[in-house]
Design a protein around this ligand. Structure first.
Ligand code: G4P
Length: 530
C-alpha cells in the first residue's frame, strides 16, 4: 500500500450535529481529550470564550456572542486520524451548516435525553438522509432525569424516519443512573462521574450475570433492566452493518458527555462501524480515493473577511483523493486554469494552524483571491473531472432588498453578488422583471443582518430589507413547463434565480400541496441543483 493510501485509510471525517445545548461542544471536547489534542476538557469552549471561540471575524458575532462559522477539528486516536466538522449550533444557523454535511462521510447526532428530537436536528437530519451517510446517535445527559428510553427511540424513528438499533441501554437516569448495558457482551458499564477526577475515566465493566450486579444496582433495577432488554430484543431492529453504512439504521448510544461517561465506548464503536473515505460521484464516474492517486478536492464553504485587515477570503475544501502539499499547483476545473494553493490551514478550536500536508478525507482552508465558488473542483488528475455539485438548500426567510442611495447601484450589485457567491445568501429576481427588484432568501434570519452589515462595511451601501411572508421555496424540476400556465394558489409567488431558472415561493405547505394537485406532472424539489 502506498503511503498516501495508508494515510487515507486512517481517516474518519464526520459532522457533529445537535440542537443547541444538547451537548455537542462538550462531547467534542471529550473526543479531543481521548486524542490527547487538548490536555484538559474545556479548552474548546470555556464559558467566557465559548460561543465565539472559533472566530471573531465579524463584529456581529461578537455582539450577539455566537459563532456563525463552523470549524474543523482534527485529532488522532489509536492509529486513526479523525476530522470533526463542527456545525454552528445557534438557531440562526446558515446554509453553511447544511453544506458542511456535504463534506462529511458520516454524522453524529447528539440528543438531550430529557428532550428528544428537536426542530434543528430534524432539518440537518434530512440532509444526512438525502446523502445516505451513516448516522450515529448519542443520547446525552443521562446523569439528568431522562425521558423513557423506548419513547426516545420512538421519537427518533417517527420524527426522522430512520430505524434505530441501541448498542447499549441505560440503567436509570438522573440520580439513579447506574450506567449502560452493553447488549453484545451482556456487560454493564458502570457509571462513574469523572468530572472532577482524572480526565479520562476508568471504564468499569461487570457481566450482567455476575452476582455483584445485585449489589451495584438499586432494588428492582436489575429486574427492570432485564425486562426492558427482553422487550428490546423482541422489538428493535437487529444490528446490520450494511444498513448502517447506507444511513438506514442508526446505532444508538447512551451516555453523559459532561461526566465523560460512555464517550470512549461510543468512539470505539463509531470507528469500527465507519469506513475511511469512500468513492464520490463526479462527471467521470465514481472517484475512488483508493485508486485515484492524484489530488482532488471540492470547495464546500467560502468564508469572507476572517481577517478584517486583509479582507481575505478562505475557501474550505474537502480533499477527496491524493495528497496535498502546501503551495502546490492544481487545476481549478471551473476556472479552467492552474492555481497555486497557498496559506493552507486547519482550524484548531480558537486558532488557525498552518499545515504542510493533508490527505483524502481532510478538510483544509485555502486563501481565495476571489476565484472559487461553492462546489468547485480542484484536481491534478489528467481527467480533469468535477465532483457532483453541492445542492442549494431551501431558504426559509425572504425579503425584498431596496437600496437607500440608488446612485450606488454598481457597488450594490457587486456586493450582493459576491456575498451570494460565497453562499451566505441566495438572491432571486421577480419572475417578469429585471435586476431592479432583488429578493434575498436565507436559511437563518441572522444572515439578513450579516448581509446588511457587510454591504455597509465592505461596499459602503445601505439597504432596507422588507420582509416577505413566504416560508417555503420550491425548485421546479420539469424542464418543459410553461410557467405562465401554471395554476397555483393566490399566495404563491413566481421568481427566478440568477441563472433564470423558475422557482416558486409559498406561505405554507398547504399551498405547495394544492399547487402540486392542480398541475399534474409538476415536480417540485426542496433542493436546487447547482
Ligand atoms: P451545545 O454545544 O450542543 O450547544 O451544548 P454544550 O456542550 O455547550 O452543552 C450545553 C450545556 O449542557 C452546558 O451547560 C453543558 O455543561 C451541559 N452538558 C453537556 N453535556 C452534559 C451531560 O452529559 N450532563 C449534564 N448534566 N450536562 C451536560 P451550561 O450550563 O450551558 O454551560 P457550562 O456552565 O456547563 O459550561
Amino acid at each position: 500500500m502506498s503511503e498516501i493510501t495508508n494515510e487515507i485509510k486512517k481517516r474518519r471525517t464526520f459532522a457533529i450535529i445537535s440542537h443547541p445545548d444538547a451537548g455537542k461542544t462538550t462531547l467534542t471536547e471529550k473526543f479531543l481529550l481521548y486524542g490527547g489534542a487538548i490536555n484538559q476538557a474545556g479548552s474548546v469552549k470555556g464559558k467566557a470564550t465559548a460561543k465565539h471561540a472559533v472566530s471573531d471575524w465579524m463584529e456581529i458575532e461578537k455582539e450577539r456572542g455566537i459563532s456563525v462559522t463552523s470549524s474543523v477539528l482534527q485529532f488522532h486516536y489509536e492509529g486513526y486520524c479523525i476530522n470533526i466538522l463542527d456545525t454552528p449550533g445557534h438557531q440562526d444557523f446558515s446554509e453553511d451548516t447544511y453544506r458542511t454535511l456535504m463534506a462529511a462521510d458520516s454524522a453524529v447526532m447528539v440528543i438531550d435525553a430529557s428532550k428528544g428530537v428537536e426542530a434543528q436536528t430534524r432539518k440537518l437530519f434530512k440532509v444526512c438522509v438525502m446523502r445516505h451517510i451513516p448516522i450515529f446517535t448519542f443520547i446525552n445527559k443521562m446523569d439528568r432525569e431522562a425521558r423513557d428510553t423506548f419513547e426516545l427511540l420512538d421519537d427518533i424513528e417517527k420524527e426522522l424516519g430512520i430505524a434505530t438499533c441501541p448498542v447499549n441501554w441505560p440503567i436509570g437516569s438522573g440520580k439513579a443512573f447506574k450506567g449502560v448495558f452493553d447488549r453484545a457482551n451482556e456487560e454493564i458499564e458502570l457509571f462513574s462521574d469523572t468530572r472532577k477526577g482524572t480526565s479520562i475515566g476508568e471504564v468499569k465493566k461487570v457481566s450482567v450475570h455476575d452476582k455483584a450486579v445485585d449489589e451495584l444496582l438499586d432494588p428492582g433495577q436489575k429486574e427492570h433492566l432485564l425486562e426492558e432488554i427482553e422487550l428490546l430484543d423482541g422489538a428493535s431492529a437487529e444490528f446490520d452493518q450494511e444498513l448502517v453504512s447506507q444511513g438506514k439504521l442508526s446505532p444508538v448510544f447512551f451516555g453523559s458527555a459532561l461526566t465523560n461517561f460512555g464517550v470512549q465506548t461510543f468512539l470505539e464503536h463509531f470507528l469500527s462501524m465507519t469506513t475511511s473515505p469512500l468513492p464520490r460521484k463526479s462527471n467521470a464516474g465514481l472517484i475512488d480515493p483508493m485508486e485515484e492517486k492524484e489530488f482532488s478536492a471540492f470547495v464546500f464553504k467560502i468564508q469572507a473577511n476572517m481577517n478584517k485587515a486583509h479582507r481575505d477570503r478562505i475557501a474550505f475544501m474537502r480533499i477527496c483523493s491524493g495528497e496535498f502539499d502546501a503551495g502546490m499547483e492544481v487545476y481549478h476545473v471551473q476556472g479552467g486554469k492552474k492555481v497555486r494553493l497557498s496559506q493552507p490551514q486547519q482550524m484548531m478550536a480558537s486558532e488557525r494552524k498552518m499545515i504542510d500536508k493533508a490527505y483524502g478525507g481532510d478538510i483544509i482552508g485555502i486563501f481565495d483571491p476571489g476565484i472559487f465558488s461553492i462546489g468547485d473542483t480542484l484536481t491534478n488528475s489528467p481527467e480533469k473531472f468535477s465532483y457532483e455539485g453541492i445542492p442549494t438548500f431551501a431558504p426559509e426567510h425572504f425579503a425584498r432588498v431596496r437600496q437607500v442611495d440608488t446612485m450606488k447601484r454598481k457597488q450594490f450589485v457587486k456586493g450582493i453578488n459576491q456575498i451570494a457567491q460565497e453562499g451566505a445568501i441566495q438572491i432571486f429576481q421577480e419572475y417578469n422583471t429585471g435586476m431592479e427588484e432583488i429578493i434575498v432568501g436565507v436559511v437563518g434570519v441572522l444572515q439578513f443582518d450579516v448581509l446588511k452589515y457587510r454591504l455597509k462595511n465592505e461596499y459602503n451601501v445601505d439597504i432596507i430589507l422588507e420582509s416577505l411572508p413566504y416560508e417555503y421555496i420550491r425548485w421546479i424540476e420539469n424542464t418543459d413547463l410553461d410557467l405562465d400556465r401554471l395554476t397555483g394558489t393566490s399566495d404563491m409567488k413566481k421568481i427566478k434565480d440568477l441563472k433564470g431558472r423558475p422557482l416558486l415561493l409559498f406561505v405554507n405547505s398547504w399551498s405547495i400541496r394544492m399547487t402540486e394537485e392542480r398541475n399534474e406532472g409538476l415536480i417540485l424539489s426542496e433542493f436546487g441543483r447547482s
